[in-house]
Design a protein around this ligand. Structure first.
Ligand SMILES: Nc1nc2c(c(=O)[nH]1)N[C@H]1C(S)=C(S)[C@@H](COP(=O)(O)OP(=O)(O)OC[C@H]3O[C@@H](n4cnc5c(N)ncnc54)[C@H](O)[C@@H]3O)O[C@H]1N2
Ligand code: MOO
Length: 393
């Protein structure tokens, strides 16, 4: 069977995805989720002309002074009157500019004695100097955040200042994770020579921890079709992600166990290294992704498939990780028939691949800060060529 190209696998995966229902969440709970509807400004910011500096509100035409200080405008306590020729109002950063004034003289360029104010320096260079105009940031009715955009910390603050206490977002995705394999024991447990500390769940959970999820940990499951299918049947989640048992060995039982649990497999085996034996399908409304067992394969497939799927499910318009390019610091041999994600280090603007790329090796993965992407059948690449990379730092 021909291996499925990555982009096709990603497309098919997203086509299987649902969308979690929309809910209104308080700002703190909306952080890191995706907007389910456009976020529109309920107010104009700033609502009036404000001072950008501490100093004196004056009329530009009055320069070079002197002035008589007739009052004060502070943030939250505007000066109620207006500024006539020859007058100034003491003003602070963020305070409304009084009527009649059109610029602010910074206090470092002012000499004040009692209510007498003299220029000491050049003064504001033009009308509007040191003033934030009403609507400088945005106006009421502006669309500030589109549906499908992520609520980043900056967008959260923007929504708050735009007058929102709650946002319409998609509810978190319920993700169940399971490791499979008779050789696996919990990390730190006493261990025999044929056993291995289980590391994929910890890594996978950490790789998706910044996404809006509710994690359901199914633990370590044995290589027994009845136990696996029983566990898979009982899962109540939006997405089930397994690791291990995805290949063709006698103990690779995840696919038949998923099928026994009622899942329909949409695809299995993709043109990717590492990560070839990945499978995806669904059981009613629940999606299932069977990742290979090798730790680096889990890492790469999680980046390329699990994370984008969760993001899409949670309402992301653009769920895929951004591509970047870098200058190759060494030559690379021609690539085989799978897209290759090489563990690599980007150092001083140049990228170098690790010499050994075995998909079981976590130390090389842990030392890498990016992956070099090599297309199927790519010819040898020379040092100095631009290559595509994926940042994993
Ligand atoms: N005859 C073939 N053999 C293999 C093929 C193939 O096409 N033909 N594909 C290879 C590729 S590529 C991969 S990737 C692996 C994936 O195999 P499985 O998904 O069945 O994974 P396992 O055999 O269960 O485990 C592989 C490896 O990883 C260790 N492992 C598994 N789970 C964990 C875990 N949770 N934490 C830490 N380590 C884990 C496991 O002990 C094995 O060493 O198949 C190749 N074989
Ligand atoms: O695809 Mo496997 O993940 O090459 O090691």
């Amino acid at each position: 069977m021909a291996l499925l190209p990555i982009v096709e696998a990603q497309t098919r995966l997203l086509a299987l995805a649902g969308r979690t229902p929309v809910e209104r969440a308080a700002l703190a709970q909306a952080a890191g989720r995706w907007a389910a509807a456009p976020i529109v400004a309920r107010r104009t910011q700033p609502a009036s002309d404000l001072s950008a500096m501490d100093g004196y509100a004056i009329r530009f035409d009055d320069l070079p002074g002197p002035w008589k200080v007739i009052g004060e405008s502070a943030a939250g306590a505007a000066f109620p009157g207006s500024v006539a020729p020859g007058e100034a109002v003491r003003i602070f950063t963020g305070a409304p500019l009084p009527a009649g004034a059109d610029c602010v003289l910074v206090q470092e360029e002012a000499d004040r004695e009692g209510d007498a104010l003299h220029l000491q320096g050049d003064g504001p260079a033009h009308r509007g100097r040191n003033v934030r105009r009403r609507g400088l940031d945005f106006a009421e009715g502006d669309i500030l955040i589109a549906a499908g955009e992520r609520i980043t910390p900056a967008r959260l603050a923007l929504a708050a200042v735009a007058g929102h206490a709650e946002l319409a977002v998609h509810r978190p995705v319920r993700v169940a994770i399971a490791a499979t394999g008779d050789e696996l024991v919990p990390p730190g447990a006493r261990i025999g020579p044929a056993q291995l500390p289980e590391s994929n769940r910890a890594m996978l959970a950490a790789q998706i921890a910044d996404l809006p999820i509710e994690l359901i940990d199914l633990g370590i499951l044995p290589d027994r079709i009845d136990a696996l299918s029983q566990a898979f049947s009982a899962v109540d989640a939006d997405l089930l992600v397994t690791s291990g048992g995805a290949s063709v060995g006698d103990h690779d039982l995840v696919r038949p166990a998923l099928e026994a649990a009622g899942a329909v497999i949409d695809f299995w085996r993709i043109a990717l290294r590492p990560g070839k034996p990945m499978m995806a399908g669904r059981r009613d409304a629940m999606m299932v992704i069977g990742l290979p067992g090798n730790p680096v394969s889990v890492f790469v497939t999680t980046l390329l498939f699990v994370r984008p799927l969760i993001a899409a499910w949670a309402g992301a318009a653009d769920p895929f990780p951004p591509g970047q390019t870098a200058v190759l610091g060494e030559m690379l041999p021609a690539n085989g028939d799978r897209t290759d994600y090489l563990r690599a280090a980007l150092v001083d603007g140049k990228v170098f691949a690790s010499t050994v790329q075995d998909s079981s090796m976590l130390r090389t993965l842990a030392r890498s800060n990016c992956l070099i992407i090599r297309e199927p059948h790519a010819p040898p690449a020379e040092s100095g060529e631009m290559v595509e990379i994926l940042n994993i730092a």
